[in-house]
Design a binder for this molecule. Structure first.
Ligand SMILES: [Zn+2]
Length: 391
């Protein structure tokens, strides 16, 4: 969009200020992160509440409604959110959508005038991180826009103006475990017979090169999980990330040929590895993959939504590694109780969560079934054992 079509707005105090000052003002109004999502086939914007992406206190319990008498179905629905850790952002987005953007400052600013429209597009693409939580939104966002300069009649479109200048993209995908299995089958040249899965695989294959063609992209954050109860470590991470890494490497090679090597930060946020199921040939251990990739590991959701046979939703508990995570808390509680009874500290062996992880990893690696140990039920079959025994 050229300045020829934009009124100078010299009579406006705000719009006559230097651009740096205008941006400093917009920073008070526009959050550092936004969400893009599809509603009725159109891309929409909403705020990101910037939740914790996964620590010991954010394992699903924080999604339980605090209001007395709230049904567990609300909790279960939140646990099922395809937006994962951004479940609260999803609720905010759809509530905001009902108000026809009345509460979204970005939309309010866009409608002031063309000059402010361009200011806001620049600000959002250059200064904020755009979060996307599903493949369809990403696919629509990355579709090649019309050539703006040759189509003066095309209405002013926020995404057409913002897309080419996006700097920070945060993608959070919580896909069915079956999708990751299909990626593996595809890798093994087993033809995928399910039509819907096949469509999703094609989308997956085309969108990573498209992400990497965003010319101004400098920061890419990818959060992945699957939406089923068994351990994350049943996903072959090397297959899941192969196309992403290949697309990024291709971009870096192209840049080095053109002798333009802009710095790009790439982070994968993945659940902690389960020592019983993860293997170096299928998973990324500490020393891999090579720079510029960086892997953050997080505690995976421990509370899950379970759909009962009658269609009702319920909440189920199943911890991924570490399953002994409650041990530090139990020690602290026991210490308190003992102090009250005998007036002295008869301390058990205090362990931090990191020490518990090391201890539990050692147990798994030496062949102990830690589930059996903590449930004190020999032969206990959890969802991981059931997944392993699937036909
Ligand atoms: Zn969010």
């Amino acid at each position: 969009m050229t300045d020829l079509h934009v009124h100078s707005q010299r009579e406006s105090n705000l719009l006559s200020m230097p651009v740096e000052i205008r941006r400093a003002i917009y920073a008070y109004i526009i959050h550092g992160q936004t969400h893009a999502f599809l509603s009725q086939g159109r891309l929409q914007l909403s705020v990101c509440l910037q939740p914790s992406l996964g620590d010991d206190r954010h394992d699903g319990r924080e999604r339980k409604p605090t209001a007395e008498g709230s049904p567990d179905t609300t909790w279960a629905r939140r646990l099922r959110s395809s937006w994962g850790a951004h479940w609260g952002c999803e609720e905010a987005a759809y509530a905001e959508n009902l108000h026809e953007h009345g509460h979204n400052h970005i939309y309010n600013l866009l409608f002031v005038c063309k000059k402010m429209f361009l200011d806001v597009c620049d600000f959002v693409s250059e200064r904020t991180a755009i979060n996307i939580a599903d493949l369809d939104t990403l696919d629509v966002l990355l579709q090649t826009p019309f050539e703006l300069s040759s189509d003066l009649n095309r209405p002013w479109n926020f995404w057409d103006c913002t897309r080419p200048a996006i700097r920070k993209l945060r993608i959070a995908l919580r896909l069915p475990l079956a999708f990751y299995e299909a990626l593996q089958e595809d890798e093994n040249l087993v033809s995928v017979t399910n039509h819907n899965t096949s469509v999703e695989l094609n989308k997956w294959a085309r969108l990573w090169p498209a992400v990497c063609q965003l010319p101004q992209l400098r920061s890419l954050h990818i959060w992945l999980d699957h939406s089923n109860i068994p351990s994350w470590s049943f996903v072959n991470e090397r297959v899941a990330l192969r196309q992403v890494i290949a697309a990024i490497m291709a971009r870096m090679q192209a840049c080095s040929k053109e002798r333009t090597t802009p710095r790009m930060d790439i982070t994968f946020n993945l659940p902690k590895l389960h020592p019983r199921f993860a293997r170096p040939d299928t998973h990324f251990f500490e020393e891999s993959p090579p720079r510029p990739f960086y892997i953050e590991r997080r505690i995976r959701q421990r509370f899950h939504c379970e759909e009962l046979a009658n269609g009702n939703l319920d909440v189920a508990y199943k911890a991924d590694f570490p399953v002994m995570h409650e041990y530090p808390e139990l020690c602290a509680e026991n210490d308190k109780e003992l102090q009250g009874v005998v007036g002295t500290a008869l301390r058990e062996v205090d362990m931090t969560l990191e020490q518990v992880e090391d201890f539990e990893r050692m147990l798994w690696e030496e062949g102990t079934n830690v589930y059996e140990l903590i449930t004190e039920m020999p032969g206990f079959q959890d969802e991981d054992a059931a997944y392993m025994r699937r036909p």
